[in-house]
Design a protein around this ligand. Sequence first.
Ligand code: SAH
Ligand code: SF4
Length: 450
Amino acid sequence: MNVYDSQRMADILSPFGYALTEEPEQADIAILNTCHIREKAEQKVHSDLGRLRSHKVASVANGRNMIIAVGGCVGQAEGEEIIRQAPYVDMVFGPQTYHRLPEMLANVMRNSDKKRGPGRGVVDTEFPTEVKFDFLPETTESRSSAYVSVQEGCDKFCTFCVVPYTRGAEYSRPVESIVKEVKHLVKLGAMEITLLGQNVNAYHGEAPASSHAASKVWGLSQLIHELAEIDGLERIRYTTSHPRDMGQDLIDAHGAVPKLMPFLHLPVQSGSDRILEAMNRKHSADDYLKVIERLRKSCPEIAFSSDFIVGFPGETDEDHKNTLKLINDVNYAQAYSFKYSIRPGTPAGLMDKQVPESVKSERLQELQELVNTQQLAFNKNTVGTTQKVLLDRTGKFEGQLIGRTAFMQSVYVLESKHLFGQMVDVKIESGYANSISGVIPSDKCLQLTA
Ligand code: SAH
Ligand code: SF4
């Protein structure tokens, strides 16, 4: 979601003459779009700020200024405190106020004076009544795989999580505004769209005016069916989902909509019912496994990924074993796993029986070894098959491109530079821990280069 938000910030600033640069020391304005989800992400902000400070000092010495801004969830959570600790920061804002960037920038400029150096900082961490999406200009950036935020915020209050406090209450964009944005992105060349939300499958947006359905609110499955009608759009994905909101209509969509990719990121966090309850997830391990089973029934080839937290307060060896058991039961194509870290203001931070770091590290290693084995097996399983791959990134080597299969595997192909941004068939030759590689059948290459 931060990738999407960063792009939108660039879109807002572009009419004012700003363009993206690859060289931070050249920037007139540097925006750190930050993440507060885990302690490590937050620490990174402070070290990055130190680096930007030296660029700013050099800039000012050369008679220019560099405006430094902290946006995103660290901005939201820490607000004024950031400027108190780092007075060279000019601007702090949260994820719900970035549409006001031009106004904030004008205020910073009014406050500052080159001769006196930086001026008073501007802080805007409100949760405004207006909706930022209504103020964002259309993007001009063309990408073959693009993100679209459809839902933001969260009302679930898992006890470990800061999202409800930093992103605010749940909000779903109206269907019409999403369809308009997706059509625009497809016109610019997007073939794949990933619908984003902290709880994307809790989506419940205002139905289009033309809808004859009795309900004036559409769920995610209706939105997906509508988007699947758009010519030129070939792939639809959505992330991140909560197991509790995986309704039968959405499960059925996986079997009914060919454009909906057979891959789902469905975080479970733990396989222990005791821990799931303490996390306030409001479902059991068995409920989760049943959802997985129903999804496999609807779309037999579907592959899964998940998020796991190890070392949640009170987690015992037995709880950890239950998580490993769940991983064995599901058999994931990939997964993200994290050591629990205390987040300010969250109930779990105040719980007894915090787990020692050394135990968290051991459990994380054990869990990751298991997931890696499953991921390697999944990747090796595709060897010898032909996969449709959307080549949307360049690799390290001359002529190398990287893309994704329908199952979200990263695929490396050589001699393919001319196919950037295209969907091609790739014959998979090797499977590794984190990726696969293959070749594009030569007749296709000849066809496209002829
Ligand atoms: N809405 C998604 C999760 C979004 S946060 C869901 O409900 O599953 C992304 C991931 O960060 C979470 O799934 C969780 O695994 C991890 N995470 C969140 N808070 C954390 C914390 N305090 N410590 C460690 N990991 C955390
Ligand atoms: Fe955080 Fe996800 Fe729980 Fe919401 S549902 S509180 S975003 S982990």
